[in-house]
Design a protein around this ligand. Structure first.
Ligand SMILES: Cc1cc2nc3c(=O)[nH]c(=O)nc-3n(C[C@H](O)[C@H](O)[C@H](O)COP(=O)(O)OP(=O)(O)OC[C@H]3O[C@@H](n4cnc5c(N)ncnc54)[C@H](O)[C@@H]3O)c2cc1C
Length: 369
């Protein structure tokens, strides 16, 4: 072994102890992502347990000029946690929910807390951490902050940037940046927090965060809505928002080829419509106390059907049906990565330009949506 590599291993051992260092095939869990697109042997994977240990690792890496890549749940789809030849710093041991301050509706958490675990922990206070997406059962707070994840509730609650008040970060030279404020109104100085959110670990390693919580909706009304023309979707969304006082939590579009692909992927899944329509929308309204959401959904849909805007619609009659509708939507990543080659990226388009955007995609070549 090269002298400097030996020195790095010795240094890492002194910081975290040898049982928190993994090399060779023991790094498999971290050295490839589940899409199979990014795979590379790191110099070592280390699992620090404290902010001080992270700081010491970064100082050591700086001394030997070795790259460092933080890794959380390893569910990212774009190779952000790819770390061949580098020290991969797994934050999974820093997974304490330090405090749930229900009166202030904030949670103080470490970066290794799993997204869905936080949401279930705050449930007992009638609150929710509303970020949700297919990998919420594995993705961690440090990872979702670093990718500024959105998910299925983004329409109502915004990206994770909108859910974060404070951050604790170790900078590349080992200094600790304490931005752990719980202030909702904070007009002091430069906004370093927003610089770090979405930086994919390039500016430092997130250790902890103060996150906003919201009242936990308990009534849901969910439907799959088939449209002949996606151009009708923005006006229909506004009709749902106006009728419900902005209670729409999800409004997710699935194309004809997506729905057909899902049928192939899960042949036993319920088929909601006889026909394949150009656009299927998953619509969900949610509130804390209004039990009449179902009727409201039906009224807006009935009106839209009379006007010929909606071709067909199915309203979930049970929690199981609601889950089945969500399973259809949440297969997106799995479906996408069955195709080869695949270039996966997040594209954001203003709501009233989505239909035109999708129509113009084929101009780029043989791309499926
Ligand atoms: C099935 C599925 C569905 C998805 N659906 C959506 C969706 O609807 N909307 C959406 O926005 N995204 C979606 N995603 C992507 C999602 O945003 C990412 O998977 C998630 O944010 C990554 O979290 P992670 O904990 O797995 O981070 P990782 O994959 O481990 O890391 C992601 C990035 O963050 C960096 N990082 C990790 N921890 C830290 C830290 N402590 N400090 C600094 N940097 C760090 C890593 O270096 C890497 O660059 C989906 C992914 C999957 C697999």
């Amino acid at each position: 072994m090269d002298d400097s590599i030996q020195a790095i291993h010795t240094g890492l051992q002194a910081i975290v102890g040898s049982d928190q260092i993994f090399t060779g095939t023991a790094t498999d869990r971290w050295s490839r992502d589940w899409t199979g697109q990014f795979e590379g042997m790191p110099l070592a994977v280390v699992r620090p347990g404290t902010c001080e240990e992270v700081a010491a690792i970064l100082r050591l890496a700086g001394q030997y000029n070795v790259p460092v890549v933080p890794i959380a749940g390893n569910t990212g789809l774009n190779g952000g946690a790819y770390g061949a030849g580098s020290i991969l710093v797994s934050i999974e041991r820093m997974n304490r929910i330090r405090e749930i301050r229900s009166d202030a509706r904030v949670a103080v958490v470490e970066a290794g807390v799993i997204v869905a675990a936080l949401d279930s922990a705050v449930g007992q206070y009638g609150l929710t951490f509303p970020l949700t997406f297919g990998a919420a059962g594995s993705a961690m707070i440090g990872g979702v902050l670093s990718t500024n994840a959105g998910g299925a509730n983004v329409l109502r609650y915004g990206n994770v940037r909108d859910l974060c008040l404070g951050l604790e970060v170790v900078l590349p030279d080992g200094r600790v940046l304490d931005l752990m404020t719980a202030l909702k109104k904070d007009n002091s100085g430069f906004d370093l927090r927003d610089l770090i959110i979405g930086a994919e670990g390039q500016l430092g390693i997130i250790i902890a965060a103060i996150l906003k919580l919201h009242p936990r909706p308990v009534f849901h009304a969910t439907a799959l809505v088939a449209l002949e023309d996606l151009r009708e979707a923005p006006a229909l969304l506004n009709a749902f928002q106006d009728a419900s006082g902005n209670a729409v939590t999800a409004y997710e579009f699935m194309s004809r080829s997506y729905v057909a692909g899902y049928e192939k992927l899960v042949p036993t899944a319920r088929r909601f419509f006889e026909n394949f329509y150009p656009a299927v929308l998953l619509v969900e309204l949610a509130t804390v106390r209004n039990e009449e959401l179902g009727e409201l959904l039906e009224t807006v849909l009935g009106d839209a059907m009379e006007r010929g805007v909606v071709a067909d619609a199915v309203i979930a009659q049970s929690d199981m049906q609601r889950q089945e509708m969500w399973s259809l939507r949440e297969a997106a990543a799995e479906l996408a990565f069955r195709k080869h080659p695949v270039i996966d990226t997040d594209i954001a388009v203003p709501v009233d330009c989505v239909a035109e955007y999708l129509e113009r995609i084929p101009e780029l070549g043989p791309v499926s949506t």
